[in-house]
Design a binder for this molecule. Structure first.
Ligand code: G1P
Length: 276
């Protein structure tokens, strides 16, 4: 059973300036729920209850969000708006929330490493909240990955096919299919030029990592853009053992971009109304 999900949330969100000048990008709402809430929902549904956040300066709103707001609760108690807090209250009852800060912006690998003490010596999930995923036809993406982990007991990355010219925005994997939707990774490159990309299979913000990844990150040199890349650490893990890439079922919205964010907003508006 995987208990912990790590949420790297230290990035500046510069694509959403000026909004992100004083608001963490993870707090931008799709309808009435902030992005981070969708991520925590996904982890909870996948059976995880220890939510661990790697934040940074200016991100206190994340801690406040997962805490009780006495004044607000007092004000709306007994009114017809009280139900609007039901979801978040339930989440707070079911989970624990721990926080640490990434001191320097040294990349995703370093952000994940900063969460080492919150994770301990067990396999854990990683969700990048600005990749918003939904599977209308069944289990969410992290739940799908947990099932694969239970069978193979190794690190797993979620991948999807992207157009050849957008591979430079992602970590890209190559390898051998061992099941219809499962690839044993033998190569991985962070944000390659389209001409150097071995495939168009792009990593999205869902990972399950085994705890030996921390020691590997410690020994990983800065890579693309001078940052410690989780992609580079995972390649080493693949070379020394096994890493799987999973073509997940469902769809993913890139809410780190304005167009993806708008697309997600429109989609969830239709989805929520359709369900009512
Ligand atoms: C990060 C990872 C990249 C991955 C992407 C998914 O990049 O470094 O490998 O494909 O997340 O969203 P970022 O988007 O943070 O630059």
């Amino acid at each position: 059973m995987i208990q912990t999900c790590l949420f790297p949330a230290a990035g500046y969100g510069t694509r959403f300036l000026p909004a992100t000048k004083s608001l963490p990008k993870e707090m931008l709402p799709i309808l009435t729920k902030p992005l981070i809430h969708y991520g925590v929902d996904e982890a909870r549904e996948a059976g995880m209850s220890n939510m661990a956040f790697v934040t940074g300066r200016g991100k206190r709103a994340l801690e406040d969000y997962f805490d009780i707001s006495y004044e607000l609760e007092h004000q709306i108690s007994g009114t017809n708006k009280e139900y609007m807090l039901n979801d978040i209250r339930q989440l707070m009852d079911q989970c624990t929330f721990t926080f640490t800060r990434q001191m320097h912006m040294r990349g995703l690998g370093d952000a994940i490493y900063s969460g080492k003490r919150l994770v301990g010596d067990e396999a854990f999930g990683v969700i990048l909240a600005d990749d918003l995923c939904i599977n209308e036809d069944g289990e969410n993406v992290m739940s799908q990955m947990v099932k694969i982990y239970e069978k193979y007991r190794c690190s797993i990355v979620a991948v999807m096919e992207v157009s050849k010219d957008s591979v430079s925005s992602y970590g890209v994997v190559d390898g051998r299919f061992i099941e219809d939707d499962l690839i044993m990774v033998n190569d991985m490159i962070e944000k390659p030029d389209p001409s150097d990309a071995p495939t168009n299979l792009a990593i999205i913000g869902r990972y399950i990592l085994t705890p030996d990844i921390f020691e590997i990150i410690e020994n990983t040199n800065p890579g693309k853009n001078g940052e410690i890349q989780i992609t580079d650490a995972l390649l080493k893990q693949a070379q020394n053992g096994m890493v799987l890439a999973y073509k997940f079922k469902g769809r993913r919205f890139d809410c780190g971009s304005v167009s993806g964010f708008v697309e997600a907003t429109n989609f969830f508006y239709e989805y929520e109304n359709g369900r009512k």
